[in-house]
Write a protein that binds this ligand. Structure first.
Ligand SMILES: Cc1ncc(COP(=O)(O)O)c(C=O)c1O
Length: 392
């Protein structure tokens, strides 16, 4: 029998297995499931990106291996977008590098900066690669809590205490808008965290995958809040902005030394992002209209579902990203019940229990569930109606 590595063994799929079993049971009984589970857009890729991809395939038919850091045109298009969107001036030559989406970029980042025994600070509830990348790099995850009492935002005092108590922390992750709680960090929080990171000589890494999914107020980028980027890095992706999860493209940008080391690491990992995909991305970064349409569409779905949650008396967070974070009590029980909610017409709803989104033993996460607003408006209306009917 072949055994996996000890590090891999740490990534149990237990919580997922429990939900998968409940899903299977519903499917066996013939339930149609309206799926708010995974945050993967079901709408098509931005059409300008499709054209870019097609033309890019021809243009690069003989280009060979792509550049490790991304074509100059790609880095320039991404930098120009950062300038328009956040008024920050990133040098395409030294301060940005292409990535195959944010997931692998986030996972691999610690490999460039973490030595065995170093610690990485991350949210107790959040995106799994912060933890997986740390562990596989030989680092130790240290968690800061995201609690309802603090509107699920990082508590600066707690972070300060953790930095004081764990001198081996070399890297700190922040994610705004936050998956799954939807909350958005404001200027003051960014400024306070940057100050702490500078004081403790820690790299501050900001996962900004959802900055384009907002209702009214535009979320900020970490790079807006300091002229000194020597310990700052941001991660962006077209996955959600342009319905481009299938393309696998994004970038990391920040201090030149950080990017230099990260580029060196990346030459060991892969051979760059396909040129045709970079061409698609260039087209996408240049267009904002499709992004505005995407926002309007999610906002409609959000309105439909939050009206039902309100009628059902459930507390929820719906600040940004395309999620709803809903207080449901026992989230595993709630998720199982939803899967067979309408027994008469055999319609169920799939959501993600909070337990599955906790990176550590965060028991209080069990009280919440995440809805990803990816089903069509019609399906969202049907699901909302069912929730209204069964919980009001
Ligand atoms: C918080 C967060 N960051 C990053 C990503 C990565 O997205 P991608 O790898 O598709 O760019 C996701 C995807 O769901 C996410 O939820």
């Amino acid at each position: 029998m072949i055994e996996s590595s000890e590090r891999l063994k740490r990534f149990s799929t237990y919580a997922f297995a429990e939900v998968d079993k409940a899903k299977e049971a519903a499917a066996q009984k013939g339930f149609r499931i309206i799926d708010f589970g995974v945050g993967d857009p079901t709408d098509p890729l931005y059409e300008g990106a499709i054209k870019g991809l097609q033309q890019g395939a021809e243009k690069h038919a003989r280009s060979g291996y792509p550049s490790y850091i991304g074509m100059k045109e790609f880095r320039t298009a991404a930098s120009e977008w950062l300038e328009r969107r956040f008024q920050v001036s990133v040098d395409p030559e030294t301060q940005i590098t292409a990535t195959a989406g944010a997931k692998e970029a986030i996972f691999h980042f610690p490999f460039a900066f973490i030595n065995p025994g170093d610690a990485v600070l991350m949210p107790s509830i959040g995106y799994p690669p912060y933890k997986a990348g740390t562990v596989f790099a030989g680092g130790i995850p240290v968690y800061y809590d995201l609690r309802e009492e603090n509107n699920f935002l990082p508590d600066v005092h707690e972070i300060e205490q953790l930095l004081e108590a764990n001198k081996n922390i070399q890297l700190m992750w922040i994610n705004s808008p936050h998956n799954p709680t939807t909350v958005v960090a404001k200027k003051k929080l960014f400024e306070e965290l940057i100050e702490l990171a500078q004081k403790h000589n820690v790299i501050m890494a900001s996962d900004e995958a959802y900055t384009e999914m907002y209702l009214h107020e535009k979320p900020h980028s970490l790079l807006e809040f300091s002229d000194d980027w020597s310990n700052l890095v941001i991660f962006h992706s077209l996955s959600k902005r342009s319905n481009a999860t299938g393309l696998r493209i994004g970038f990391a940008a920040g201090g030149a030394d950080i990017i230099r080391h990260y580029r060196t690491l990346r030459t060991q990992i892969d051979s760059g992002v396909a040129n045709a995909i970079q061409e698609a991305a260039i087209a996408a970064w240049k267009d904002e209209q499709h992004v505005e349409s995407m926002r309007q569409m999610y906002n409609k779905r959000r309105d439909v579902m939050t009206a039902a949650l309100k009628a059902a008396g459930m507390k929820y967070w719906a600040e940004a990203a395309f999620y709803l974070w809903v207080k449901v009590g026992d989230s595993m029980g709630f998720a199982k019940k939803l899967l067979q909610l309408d027994a008469k017409n055999k319609v169920g709803i799939n959501v993600t229990p909070g337990k599955m989104l906790a990176l550590t033993d965060t028991a209080y996460a069990d009280a919440y569930a995440r809805f990803a607003l990816v089903p069509s408006l019609d399906d969202t209306k049907q699901a909302a109606e069912l929730i209204r009917e069964h919980f009001s």
